[in-house]
Design a protein around this ligand. Structure first.
Ligand SMILES: Cc1cc2nc3c(=O)[nH]c(=O)nc-3n(C[C@H](O)[C@H](O)[C@H](O)COP(=O)(O)OP(=O)(O)OC[C@H]3O[C@@H](n4cnc5c(N)ncnc54)[C@H](O)[C@@H]3O)c2cc1C
Length: 466
């Protein structure tokens, strides 16, 4: 068996693992990265990027249909058709470009990539079954082991994935469009994909156990999403649980009154959550401290075993690519001897629904629960000129700040393209901005960002355009 030694060994080439490896390489740390599938991980290959590509294609298609029906803007076009195979090829092309780019960046940073599946022997030794003919096994010894193995979709016991039962991965590469799609789970993954399919002309029904869509977000924020779902013709069954499925009747559902009914479906997308990937590669042998299903880490991303680090989805919520990347960078810098901790003021969360939702920092309720006396104020896009020109007047921007010193502790927004406001929100919180800092910054006109300035001014009692 071939053996090699390195200072840092990273298991997993998703956003957490590849960023850690690139940063480590930049810092001159000899680094080996092992990836069993494709560089880029869930995010680049079956998550963030392909889902946003599909959402965009669906939006363009819907806009074309809207124009064909006669738009208020005077744009006229014929009834569009969809070449689904081409849409999927276009999406795959973006994924291909990005995963290839990650490979290039790793090479540039001097990282050795092993394409194969890693099995942990002990905290300093990992064997890798290399991809390709022969399945050669290599042993890698390391000073530092970084776990970045990500997560996998949770299946319902009564409806295992396969055939008509789709995971999000299947929904991103359809060979045909189903006529009727039932989505189980109204979290962000289920709704993003459900809305995209609706825009592509599919009859979409969403079943959710909670009484609300996007149940982990505050209700005021999700209300415009709920209204838009209803307007678009998505059928909602809230407060309902799924009992099973058969090809004849479809999905069997039970409501809060214990009535049972069936929802006919050609495909069922199960999007009920993701679980950290912690088994099947010898992790159990390390007997690390766990926090429920995920690997427990401290503020340095250290596990309970010296020299073993963990980042990203394998360390639990929030399971987001940008958190994994930031943790990866933080670990690499610590291994290089820098004094770092992973203690962000806020981690943005975005739902690429229609309209989009963005949350950074504390909501008014979270601020109250944390014992802070806060003021909050919202500015509606209905009073924003740019929103009118974009036909996007639904939604608002809301700011939350401490009453005593006006320090901003949270931002929330719902509306078209508000994901792009996440940068301004995150920067103001990380930099300790006060309402006056944002309210007195000159924002370009006409932009959606003016609603950010106006929300801050409104919290100060000085709003100008409302
Ligand atoms: C449909 C969908 C949409 C999403 N949209 C967003 C979004 O818009 N924004 C956002 O921030 N997040 C989004 N996410 C979540 C995001 O993809 C994850 O948070 C992110 O990919 C986590 O990164 P990671 O590095 O922890 O793990 P992953 O990206 O899961 O990467 C882990 C990698 O480790 C590899 N691996 C595991 N075990 C081994 C082993 N034993 N040997 C070798 N390799 C191994 C896997 O093959 C995988 O490539 C989405 C997820 C899904 C499913």
């Amino acid at each position: 068996m071939k053996e090699l030694s390195t200072k840092l060994l990273v298991i997993g080439g998703g956003p957490g693992g590849y960023v850690a490896a690139i940063r480590a390489g930049q810092l001159g740390i000899p680094t080996v990265l092992v990836e069993g599938e494709r560089l880029g991980g869930t995010c680049l290959t079956i998550g963030c990027i392909p889902s946003k590509a599909l959402i965009h294609a669906a939006e363009v298609f819907e806009q074309a249909r809207h124009n064909a029906a006669g738009s208020a803007l005077g744009v006229r076009a014929g009834e569009p058709t969809l070449d689904l195979a081409q849409t999927v090829r276009w999406k795959d092309g973006i994924v291909q470009r990005l995963t290839g780019g990650v490979g290039g960046l790793l090479r540039k940073a001097g990282v050795q990539v092993l394409q194969g599946w890693a099995t942990i022997e002990d905290g300093k030794t990992v064997s890798v079954r290399m991809a390709g003919e022969g399945g050669e096994v290599r042993r890698v010894r390391c000073e530092h082991l970084l776990l970045a193995t990500g997560s996998e979709p949770v299946a319902l016991p009564s409806m295992p994935f396969g055939g008509a039962i789709w995971s999000s991965t299947d929904a991103l590469s359809p060979d045909v469009l189903p006529r009727r799609l039932v989505v189980v789970g109204a979290g962000y993954i289920g709704l993003e994909l459900g809305i995209a399919y609706r825009k592509l002309g599919v009859e979409v029904t969403v079943v959710e156990a909670a009484q609300r869509v996007l149940p982990s977000y505050d209700e005021e924020l999700t209300q415009p999403v709920l209204e838009s779902l209803k307007k678009s013709g998505v059928v909602l069954h809230l407060g309902c649980s799924v009992q099973g499925w058969d090809a004849g009747q479809g999905v069997h559902v039970r409501n809060a009154r214990a009535d049972e009914f069936a929802l006919p479906a050609d495909r069922v997308l199960v999007a009920v959550g993701r679980r950290p990937r912690t088994s099947g590669f010898g992790l159990e042998s390390l007997q690390l401290d766990m926090a429920g299903r995920h690997v427990a880490i401290d503020a340095h991303c250290r596990t309970s075993m010296r020299g073993v680090w963990a980042i990203g989805d394998v360390t639990g919520e929030p399971m987001l690519a940008h958190r994994a990347m930031a943790q990866g960078e933080c670990v690499a810098e610590q291994i290089a001897g820098h004094a770092r901790r992973f203690e962000p003021m806020a981690i943005p969360a975005v739902c690429f629904t229609d309209p989009e939702v963005v949350v950074v920092g504390k909501t008014p309720a979270e601020a109250r629960a944390a014992g802070l006396e806060c003021i909050d104020a919202a500015f509606p896009f209905a009073a924003n000129g740019r929103a009118m020109t974009l036909e996007a007047t639904g939604g608002f921007v809301r700011v939350v700040a401490r009453r005593d010193n006006h320090l901003i502790v949270g931002w929330q927004a719902v509306g078209r393209n508000v994901s792009e406001l996440a940068a301004a929100f995150g920067q103001s919180i990380e930099m300790g901005a006060r309402l006056e800092d944002v309210g007195h910054t000159i924002h370009a006109h006409p932009t959606l960002g003016e609603a950010v300035q106006e929300a801050a001014l409104r919290a100060l009692g000085q709003a100008l355009h409302i």
